[in-house]
Design a protein around this ligand. Structure first.
Ligand SMILES: Nc1ncnc2c1ncn2[C@@H]1O[C@H](COP(=O)(O)OP(=O)(O)OP(=O)(O)O)[C@@H](O)[C@H]1O
Ligand SMILES: [Mg+2]
Length: 290
C-alpha cells in the first residue's frame, strides 16, 4: 500500500483486560450461561483474533467489551479504567453491514465526526486519505446498494477508522463474502492494521482467516464459552496470502489450533450438545482438507 503523504491523526492504541467475566441471561432459576469465567488481554498495538464455533458466545463477549451490556461477574478495563458503557474508544464493526443506505460513501465515512460536530479541515483531509486508502475515491458519491460486498466492508473500515478509536473491535466482518473477495479483504485489512499500529480485536469462526490475521489467537470453547488456549502467531509481517499458504510455521499453528478446536468439539459432542455435531463436522472436514 503506498503512503499517500496526507497527515494523519496520531493513533493512540489502548489495551483491554478482561478478568473473570461471566454472562448469563434469563430469570433466576432459568438462567442460560453464555460466557463462563473468561480472562484474557487484548494487547496494545496487536491484532488479537478470537476463534470459536458458531453460537459459542463471541458476539455476547463483544457486546460486553463494547459496553452495550454489563457482565454478570468480572471486570473489563481499558487502560486500567473500568468499562461502564459504550464509547468511541471501543468501536465495533458488526457482523451485519451498518452503512446508512440513504447516505453516500463519503457521507457514511464522515458520519461520526459530523454527529459529534467535529468536522475540521484535518478531519476532511483524513476522510480523503481514508477514501484513497480503501480504494473508494471513485465511489464517494455512490450509495451502499451501488457498492459490492467487499467495497461496503472497506467503506465501513474507513467509517470506523475516521473516529480514531483506541481499540477496533470487529465481529466476523467478512462473513458472507465470497472466498476470493474474503481473501483480498484479509490482505487489505492486515495492511491497514500494519500501517496504523492500532489495537485490533477480530472475531471469526474461520481458521484460515484467524491464522492469516492474528498476532495472538484466543481459542474459545463451545457454549458457555471459555478461553481454551492462547497461541502466539509468530509469522512475519507484512503478510501476503501467497506466503502464508506455503509457510510451514503458519500451517503448524493452524494444525495446533484445529486440534484444540476438534478436541473441544468432541468434548461437547460427548455431552450431547446440539451444536456440537456441526462443530465436529466443520473442524474435522477442515483438518482433513489441509
Ligand atoms: N439477550 C440474550 N438472551 C438470551 N440468550 C442470549 C442473548 N444473547 C445471546 N444469547 C444466546 O447466547 C448464545 C451465543 O450467542 P452469540 O451471538 O454470542 O454467539 P456467537 O458465537 O457470536 O455466534 P455466531 O458465530 O453464530 O455469530 C446463543 O445461544 C444465544 O441464544
Ligand atoms: Mg456472532
Amino acid at each position: 500500500m503506498s503512503d499517500l503523504g496526507t497527515p494523519r491523526p496520531v493513533v493512540s492504541a489502548g489495551e483491554i483486560t478482561v478478568s473473570g467475566v461471566s454472562k448469563s441471561y434469563g430469570a433466576t432459576g432459568f438462567q442460560k450461561e453464555v460466557v463462563r469465567e473468561c480472562s484474557f488481554s487484548i494487547e496494545r498495538g496487536k491484532l488479537t483474533v478470537m476463534i470459536g464455533p458458531s453460537g459459542c458466545g463471541k458476539s455476547t463477549l463483544i457486546r460486553l467489551l463494547a459496553g452495550f451490556e454489563a457482565p454478570s461477574t468480572g471486570t473489563i478495563k481499558l487502560d486500567g479504567e473500568s468499562v461502564s458503557g459504550p464509547s468511541r474508544d471501543r468501536l465495533v464493526l458488526f457482523q451485519e453491514s451498518a452503512l446508512f443506505p440513504w447516505m453516500t460513501t463519503y457521507d457514511n465515512i464522515l458520519y461520526g465526526p459530523r454527529a459529534r460536530g467535529e468536522v475540521t479541515a484535518q478531519v476532511l483531509e483524513f476522510a480523503e486519505f481514508l477514501l484513497n486508502k480503501v480504494g473508494l475515491q471513485d465511489f464517494r458519491k455512490k450509495y451502499p446498494t451501488q457498492l459490492s460486498g467487499g467495497m461496503q466492508r472497506r467503506a465501513e473500515l474507513a467509517r470506523a477508522m475516521i473516529n480514531n478509536p483506541e481499540v477496533m473491535i470487529l465481529d466476523e466482518p467478512f462473513r458472507g463474502l465470497d472466498a476470493m473477495t474474503k481473501e483480498l479483504m484479509w490482505e487489505y485489512y492486515s495492511g491497514l492494521f500494519e500501517e496504523s499500529g492500532r489495537t485490533n480485536f477480530f472475531v471469526t469462526t474461520d481458521i484460515d482467516e484467524a491464522v492469516f490475521l492474528a498476532d495472538r489467537m484466543l481459542i474459545m470453547s463451545n457454549i458457555p464459552t471459555q478461553v481454551r488456549a492462547v497461541l502466539e502467531v509468530d509469522v512475519p509481517r507484512p503478510r501476503k496470502l501467497a506466503d502464508i499458504v506455503v509457510s510451514d510455521r503458519a500451517n503448524q499453528i493452524k494444525m495446533e489450533a484445529l486440534s484444540i478446536l476438534h478436541e473441544e468439539a468432541m468434548k461437547s459432542f460427548s455431552r450431547g450438545s446440539k451444536a456440537a455435531a456441526d462443530f465436529v463436522e466443520a473442524y474435522t472436514r477442515r483438518t482433513a482438507k489441509s
